[in-house]
Ligand binder design. Structure first.
Ligand code: SF4
Length: 330
């Protein structure tokens, strides 16, 4: 690991100032991903700005009738919080499917949003990777890409986003609260927080320079009764999703009043299934409609040389997640 300087910030303003003053500085939350990447010489920050002890460490009701999750709350405390379990069980379910209890105890909510792809070429410094080293090429595009994207990729990068939490947040239409360098805060709709690779795959999010995530806002809960997070992976624990689906459905008078749907393991960002959500609105919760929604969701998929399996698997996963969500006994 390369040497770095350590700064312990006690206020958000102090953290922002330190990040602005040190262009190669990085915020340090739980460190569960960043420190691994530093050990592998993938990340090379010259300053680590500790933000885990900042004040953004509570879970509270917000003005929209939802919950605000502090960025520094651990993933375990969030997933097990009584209000989250009761009102947003989809989020709890997704978060508890991720990593191990030990990692969830350390990982922060803000850090979860910023975790980096697990593309093996990204971790292997002897291989080309535009995300790690812009301009070096993409080893996965014509290499081992069985676990890579089927949507929204570019010639520069075909990686997928690894988070389970973020898939649920996309389905739930969350917003990310960010402190800017002028001290003001702004809200970013979750769908706009992460970005597609384009010709700048080194950028995972639309955060501006030095901007600090302070909270995640959840809207009024409408999927507390009918929800499911389906994660398909190569083994049953401590593995990232090949495909995942977060599904929430709101049923009124026997029809679907609203659906929240997103997929993981298929794109550079959590993949919101907007067209399928629109299709389901006002429909009967039937297998036929779930299958149609799944077909709509996969319509624009463009598999790579080794991941064609993700298209039928994705369709089946959506149908299964919607069915489980609908049939769930409250
Ligand atoms: Fe790097 Fe992205 Fe290509 Fe993987 S897919 S090798 S992360 S550029």
């Amino acid at each position: 690991m390369r040497p770095f300087k350590y700064i312990s910030a006690t206020t958000g303003e102090q953290a922002l100032q330190a990040a602005e003053a040190n262009e190669k500085g990085k915020y340090l939350g739980g460190g569960t991903n960043l420190v691994d990447l530093m050990k592998e010489d993938v990340e090379r920050p010259d300053h680590l700005i500790e933000v885990a002890d900042l004040e953004y460490n509570s879970i509270q009701e917000n003005k929209k009738g939802g919950l605000t999750l502090g960025a520094m709350v651990s993933n375990s405390d969030t997933a097990n919080h009584p209000e989250v379990r009761q009102k947003y069980p989809l989020l709890s379910m997704a978060m508890l499917s991720a990593a191990t209890a030990q990692i969830r105890n350390m990982a922060t909510n803000g850090g979860n949003l910023l975790q980096r792809t697990r593309c093996p070429y990204f971790y292997e410094t002897s291989m080309p990777c535009n995300k790690r080293e812009p301009g070096s090429g993409c080893g996965a595009k014509k290499g081992m890409n069985a676990n890579h994207a089927i949507f929204g990729y570019s010639d520069s990068c075909v990686a997928v986003h690894p988070s389970d939490m973020c898939v649920a947040l996309a389905a739930l239409n969350a917003e990310v609260e960010v402190m800017q360098t002028n001290g003001k805060t702004k809200m970013i709709p979750f769908e706009d927080f992460h970005r597609l690779p384009g010709d700048q795959p080194e950028k995972d999010t639309n955060l501006g320079k030095a901007e600090l995530i302070t909270a995640i806002h959840l809207p009024k809960p409408i999927y507390a009764d009918h929800y499911y997070y389906l994660k398909i992976r190569e083994r049953s624990s401590y593995a990232f999703a090949l495909i995942s689906v977060a599904a929430g459905v709101q049923i009124k008078n026997g029809t679907i009043a609203s659906a929240g749907l997103a997929m993981g393991g298929v794109a550079h960002k959590p993949w919101k299934l907007t067209k399928a959500e629109k299709f389901l609105k006002g429909k009967q919760p039937s297998t036929e409609n779930f299958e149609r929604a799944a077909a709509i969701a996969l319509e624009e998929a463009k598999p790579l040389s080794e991941n064609g399996y993700k298209v039928p698997m994705g369709e089946k996963a959506i149908v299964r997640a919607l069915t489980q969500a609908y049939q769930r006994e409250v």
